[in-house]
Design a protein around this ligand. Sequence first.
Ligand code: ACO
Length: 168
Amino acid sequence: RTLYIDNHTINNKSMITFETIRNDGTKPTMKKLVDLKNIFARQLPKMPKEYIVRLVFDQKHESIVIKNENEKIFGGVCYCIFPISKMAEVVFLAISSDSQVKGYGTKLMNHLKTELQTRDIHFLMTCADNLATGYFKKQGFHKHILMDQNLWKGYLKDYEGSTLMECI
Ligand code: ACO
């Protein structure tokens, strides 16, 4: 099921599209989730592939994919919403290597934030890969966690080589 589609133009040149998806068992959605899973697996090589598959296809997780003018998925973010805590966990986030450092990761994060705000979610948490903490800092994330730990402790997927970060 397509939950949300939005169009953006960068430099009046390439049209990019965002789409919010969750595993609904339909073929078109499954194909998009496979494409996204492949990007995560390539860009996050230390992460076990089975683990990525399990979470991307889990029905409690949602993803926003970013597509180019040919509808090709070249990045995305997978997240899990905790409505009672008004919090979402960014689980995986990646842009294909040939499209990195061109501003798409920022567009994707801005899109995620806007969508979550409309759903009354105001905190983002992530266990950021240590190589990506610079990116997250530029997106307004910080290491000093202000959110009451009763609202997040035990819920997040921690892993070695990561740093817990928060964005309000
Ligand atoms: N470390 C430090 N700074 C970075 C990094 C990084 N790994 N990646 C981008 N930046 C900086 C850019 O230089 C840019 O700085 P500027 O605003 O001063 O020019 C700013 O962050 C925004 O860059 P974008 O071009 O918007 O980001 P991009 O499209 O490259 O996407 C991303 C960033 C998603 C981290 C991408 O580089 C990527 O896929 N990396 C490999 C996978 C990865 O590390 N994912 C995050 C893992 S953590 C997790 O999934 C929870």
